[in-house]
Design a protein around this ligand. Structure first.
Ligand code: SAH
Ligand code: SF4
Length: 300
């Protein structure tokens, strides 16, 4: 949860260190050993992928560290795959998906080389002007768009998406977001409702005067997911944790609307509590088996 950026909506933004003590996250990096334990959990279940997400820290040492983690996960997954009966083996024993923000193209290439094959970087909104209302001046929509292009050129499967229900966003914005995803020909979509984080520049005014009810936001997100499914028929569309934080069984509703990917959270609880991008995120438990049963049932 260490991040150099200051997105107005995010509970782990850099300046959150200056907020009231109750909203100040303790900064951490999950030690490699614990990431490997989480990877082992995923491999034991033969889940197809692992998403590693964190704040944006583009310095060389951090990227080197992340590359080393990716390599170790791939090596271990290859080993475990060899232990499986031949019929069960997969061509790609584990797919590593990264979500570490805007990095230099060479850094994306370094991580690709280390074994990561997908990258999730939300454009947050396809509207340049709306983007500017959600970020400080030194955050750039064009830079973000360029990063998405760099990722594609570096050979990643690229995932992107938007925040739904942010103040000032109209249905016309959302319609253009859907067309943006279609035109970019995304491989993966990660989009979800905006949920206020206390002590942030966007969260506090929102809480005082919520522009939309939770039920309306849930419905808006479902309509968006359905429109994206129709516009991007082959995309992997995530049923996000934010959907579950917003509404009971939110991820199931997302799957019923067009999403087809679910990512149980395997982060150790101590770190989950401090990775509070928004209110209620840490409380969304893996509920792995129930989630798995739901997906099976829906696909059957
Ligand atoms: N630092 C990386 C990855 C971590 S943030 C990045 O920004 O790309 C991952 C996503 O969390 C962001 O893209 C944003 O859309 C989402 N997020 C942040 N604050 C949120 C909030 N208050 N409500 C819902 N989603 C939020
Ligand atoms: Fe950092 Fe990502 Fe949060 Fe922005 S959304 S402050 S880049 S963690």
């Amino acid at each position: 949860n260490i991040c150099d950026k200051n997105c107005y909506y995010c509970g782990i933004r850099k300046d959150q260190d200056l907020a009231d003590p109750e909203h100040r996250p303790s900064r951490f990096t999950i030690p490699k050993r614990q990431i490997m334990d989480a990877a082992e959990h995923i491999m034991d279940r033969h889940w197809p992928g692992m998403l590693l997400q964190g704040g944006e820290t583009p310095d060389e040492a951090r990227v080197d560290w992340l590359a080393d983690v990716c390599k170790s996960i791939i090596t271990r997954a290859d080993e475990k795959e060899q232990e499986r009966p031949e019929a069960e083996r997969r061509e790609e024993p584990i797919r590593i998906i990264l979500s570490s923000g805007e990095l230099e193209k060479e850094q994306y290439a370094q991580l690709r080389e280390a074994g990561a094959s997908r990258y999730l970087l939300r454009i947050e909104t396809s509207d340049h002007a709306l983007y500017n209302t959600m970020h400080p001046e030194d955050h750039s929509w064009s830079r973000r768009l360029r990063a998405l292009g760099d990722l594609r050129e570096t050979g990643y499967q690229v995932g992107t998406g938007v925040l739904l229900g942010v103040p000032g966003q109209t249905d016309a914005h959302i319609a253009r977001d859907v067309m943006f995803l279609r035109d970019f020909d995304v491989d993966m979509v990660g989009s979800g409702p905006y949920i206020p984080a206390e002590g942030t520049p966007m969260g506090d005014p929102y809480n005082l005067n919520p522009p939309i009810t939770q039920e309306e936001l849930m419905k808006k997100t479902r309509r968006f997911l359905a429109a994206v499914r129709l516009s991007c028929p082959t995309a992997n569309i995530a049923a996000t944790t934010a959907m579950e934080a917003l509404w009971p069984n939110g991820r199931e509703l997302a799957i019923r609307s067009g999403a087809n990917v679910c990512m149980p959270v395997v982060t150790p609880q101590v770190y989950r509590d401090e990775y509070a991008l928004y209110e209620g995120k840490a409380e969304v438990k893996g509920k792995e088996s129930a989630l798995w049963d739901t997906i099976r049932r829906l696909y059957d």
